[in-house]
Design a protein around this ligand. Structure first.
Ligand SMILES: CC(C)(COP(=O)(O)OP(=O)(O)OC[C@H]1O[C@@H](n2cnc3c(N)ncnc32)[C@H](O)[C@@H]1OP(=O)(O)O)[C@@H](O)C(=O)NCCC(=O)NCCS
Length: 294
């Protein structure tokens, strides 16, 4: 027997207290595929910044008879892009409100609002293994654009006998941001794009060579966390050079282990990690998109 739909009101989120939003997001993501924590206000603020969220455009489904938030859709406008587009930063429904007709109208309202504000396209990323979300986005008209892979690569320093040539350029953050703005593909995954550069920790290193840029940190010798990797060169030769150069030059560790989040598209550098023997992470994301209807 189908359950009766849950009544709710749709309202903007900007009047909501941080704690109420934190509680609702914490509940909605409590059983998510990867841990997402909203432990305190700073964790929430950091999440919203990294996702580019504009709360004045984002919406919540509220129970009509109580202040409880049943679900949220967070939107991140990209008005400076040409053409302008809207990123669906996330959608989450608290477990007890799922399957009760909240998700579709909430998402429909967000899509309608994106078109009415002038977006030409909507984009999102969703884990391929998140069958429920994938089914919902597909039913609402989103189409898969690119697979976004994550990697683990171990590179032994003695495997790189000579300094890789050409020697890359070390950039400061603002030059790296400008370089990305001018060269990143239009469909670059948001969290590996120029928009992320100002949010990266101050010890992030930026290396550039030819048509590739690699940004990351090495908080412990040999443990490299990659933030951004973009390459437009054939066979991703330029990114391979940057990765090998990092392992050769950056530190004294005998082995460098690079961790790449599930954001690396095939057409912007995934080949480089594969050619160097990296292991693909079991979880990958779909970048999905929907064009504004004519
Ligand atoms: C994803 C989410 C927002 C969907 O909300 P919901 O209320 O569960 O949505 P629905 O019950 O309408 O289900 C959505 C679709 O998935 C299908 N579905 C339900 N359970 C499913 C399952 N276990 N596996 C595959 N598909 C499933 C439904 O049939 C429905 O498809 P239909 O509209 O074609 O019938 C919600 O489950 C959620 O918050 N999950 C945790 C956070 C999350 O993953 N957010 C997305 C991040 S990108």
């Amino acid at each position: 027997m189908a359950l009766a739909p849950l009544p709710f009101d749709l309202r903007p989120l900007d009047g909501l207290s941080d704690d109420d939003l934190r509680e609702a997001l914490g509940a909605a993501f409590s059983d998510y595929l990867v841990p997402v924590r909203f432990d305190d206000r700073e964790a929430l603020a950091q999440f919203l910044r990294r996702q580019g969220v504009d709360l004045t455009l984002s919406m919540g489904a509220f129970r009509p008879d109580a202040p409880q938030l049943l679900g949220v859709v967070l939107l991140a406008p990209q008005w400076k892009a040409s053409p302008p587009w809207m990123r669906l930063a996330t959608l989450g429904i608290r477990p007890e409100a799922r399957g009760l007709g909240v998700a579709r109208p909430l998402l429909s309202a967000a899509i309608a609002s994106a078109w009415s504000l002038g977006a030409e396209e909507m984009r999102l990323e969703v884990f391929a293994q998140n069958a429920r979300a994938l089914a919902l986005y597909t039913a609402m008209g989103f189409k898969p654009l690119h697979r976004l892979y994550g990697y683990e690569l171990e590179l032994a320093q003695d495997a790189i006998a000579d300094c890789p040539i050409p020697i890359p350029n070390r950039l400061d953050a603002s030059t790296a941001q400008q370089w990305l703005q001018a060269r990143q593909p239009q469909d670059q995954a948001f969290q590996m794009s120029a928009s992320m550069v100002p949010l990266l920790p101050p010890d992030t290193l930026f290396w550039q060579s030819g048509q590739a840029l690699l940004a990351g940190r090495e908080p412990l010798p040999g443990q490299v966390t990659v933030s951004i990797a973009v390459d437009r060169s054939t066979g991703s030769a330029d990114l391979q050079n940057l990765i090998r150069h990092w392992a050769f030059a950056a530190g004294p560790a005998p082995i460098h282990r690079f961790t790449v989040p599930a954001l690396q598209a095939e057409h912007t550098g995934a080949v480089a990690w594969e050619m160097l023997g990296a292991e693909r992470s079991p979880l990958f994301q779909w970048q999905m998109a929907m064009k504004r209807p004519a």
